[in-house]
Design a protein around this ligand. Structure first.
Ligand code: SAM
Length: 339
C-alpha cells in the first residue's frame, strides 16, 4: 500500500506556464519584496524532491509567488497544502491552482506575512506525533527572499527549542533556500572557515544538510548571488538545555571576535572589571581550552560553555542582562554632567 502511495502523482489539467501566468496577471517582480521567480521546472522539482516523500503529507509553502513550486508540490499528491503569501497580487494565480486540484487536495491560501502567521493553526491535529518519533507527515518548504529567510530560520529555531508552532506536532522538517553563502555557513562544521554563529545555532537544534546550488540565472529577475537549498530536521535530543536567548547571546559574543582566542569574545558577556576572571571561570567549569578560536569549538562544547554560563549567572544574577554594547554608566553620567 505504501508503495502505491509513493508512486501516486496528480496530473493537473493543462495550465498556462509560469511565464504566461506572470504576463497574464501582470506580476512584475517587486524589488521591495525581493521577488525572484524560479523559472526552471527541473530545478523546481529538485527543490521539492529535496523535501523527501511528501505524498499524503501536510505541506506548508512560504512565499509561493506565482506558484511554480506549488505546482510541483501538488503533483506529489500531498494531503493538504497551506500557502502563505504576503503579496496579494499572487492570489488569483494561486486560486487557479487551487481550482485545478480542488477535488483532490485541500488547499488553504493565506495572504499574510510568514513572520506573523501561526502556521500550526492550519495543520490538522491528527498529523501530530511524539517528539522522539520519526518526523511527522508535515513539511515546510520555501523559496523566500534572503532577508526574510535568515530572520525566519532564527525565529523557527527558537520555536523548535520550545517545541512550539509546527514543532508542537513533532520534529517537522524544513526545505528552504538561502543566499548560497548563508546556506554554506548554516551547514559549516567545526574547523570550516565559514563556521559562524549561524552554523552553531542551526546545528545545535537541527541536522542541517546542504543539498545543492541553484545559479542566479535560473531566476527572473536574476539575483546578484547564487542560491543554496538546505534541509533542516530537528534533533531528537537538542544539544542545548538552556534557554534559546541565553545560548544565542553566548554564541554571538564568542563569535564577536572571530579571529581571536574565543575567551576574548566570551569576556564581553561580563562587566569589564570582572570580565577576565568570569570568562576564565566559565571556560574552566566547561573544561574548554580558552585559547582555541571560535571556529574550533564543537557544537557540544558550546552547549557546555552555556551550562557553565548559566551556573555563573545563578551565582551572580546581576550579569544576566549585562549588555556589552549598552552605553557604559560612567559615560552616561559624564554626558549628564555636560548637559
Ligand atoms: N516561490 C516563488 C518562486 O520560487 O518562484 C517566489 C519566490 S520569491 C523569491 C519570494 C516570495 O515570497 C514572493 O512571492 C514574495 O511576495 C513572498 N514573500 C516575501 N516576504 C514574505 C513574507 N514575509 N511572508 C510571506 N511571503 C513573503
Amino acid at each position: 500500500m505504501a508503495v502505491a502511495k509513493q508512486a501516486m502523482q496528480i496530473r493537473l489539467p493543462p495550465l498556462p506556464s509560469i511565464k504566461d501566468i506572470i504576463r497574464l496577471y501582470k506580476l512584475r517582480a517587486l524589488r521591495e519584496l525581493s521577488q525572484n521567480f524560479l523559472m526552471e521546472p527541473r530545478l523546481i522539482d529538485k527543490i521539492v524532491r529535496a523535501a523527501g516523500n511528501i505524498s499524503n503529507n501536510v505541506v506548508c509553502e512560504v512565499g509561493p509567488g506565482p506558484g511554480g513550486i506549488t505546482r510541483s508540490i501538488i503533483r506529489q499528491y500531498p494531503r493538504k497544502v497551506i500557502l502563505i503569501e504576503k503579496d496579494p497580487r499572487f492570489i488569483p494565480s494561486l486560486e487557479l491552482l487551487a481550482d485545478a486540484c480542488k477535488d483532490k487536495i485541500d488547499l488553504d491560501i493565506i495572504t499574510g506575512d510568514i513572520l506573523k502567521t501561526n502556521i500550526a493553526h492550519f495543520i490538522p491535529d491528527d498529523a501530530k506525533v511524539d517528539w522522539n518519533d520519526p518526523p511527522p507527515p508535515i513539511n515546510l518548504i520555501g523559496n523566500l527572499p534572503f532577508s526574510v529567510s535568515t530572520i525566519l530560520i532564527i525565529r523557527w529555531l527558537e520555536m523548535i527549542s520550545k517545541q512550539e508552532g509546527p514543532w508542537s506536532f513533532g520534529r517537522t522538517r524544513m526545505t528552504l533556500t538561502f543566499q548560497k553563502e548563508v546556506a554554506e555557513r548554516m551547514a559549516a562544521r567545526i574547523l570550516d572557515k565559514q563556521r559562524c554563529r549561524l552554523s552553531v545555532m542551526c546545528q545545535s537544534w537541527c541536522t542541517v544538510n546542504y543539498k545543492f546550488d541553484i545559479p542566479g540565472s535560473a531566476f527572473l529577475p536574476k539575483p546578484d548571488v547564487d542560491v543554496g537549498v538546505v534541509t533542516l530536521t530537528p534533533l531528537k535530543n537538542a544539544l542545548v538545555k538552556q534557554p534559546f536567548k541565553m545560548y544565542e547571546k553566548l554564541v554571538r559574543q564568542i563569535f564577536s571576535m572571530r579571529q581571536k582566542y574565543s575567551i576574548r569574545g566570551a569576556q564581553t558577556l561580563f562587566p569589564e572589571d570582572v570580565s577576565e576572571e568570569m570568562a576564565f571561570k566559565m571556560y574552566k567549569l566547561a573544561e574548554i581550552d580558552p585559547y582555541i578560536r571560535p571556529f574550533q569549538i564543537a557544537n557540544g562544547e558550546f552547549s557546555r560553555i552555556c551550562e557553565a554560563y548559566s551556573e555563573i549567572i545563578k551565582m551572580y544574577p546581576e550579569f544576566k542582562n549585562y549588555d556589552y554594547r549598552a552605553p557604559k554608566k560612567n559615560v552616561s553620567a559624564l554626558v549628564e554632567n555636560l548637559e
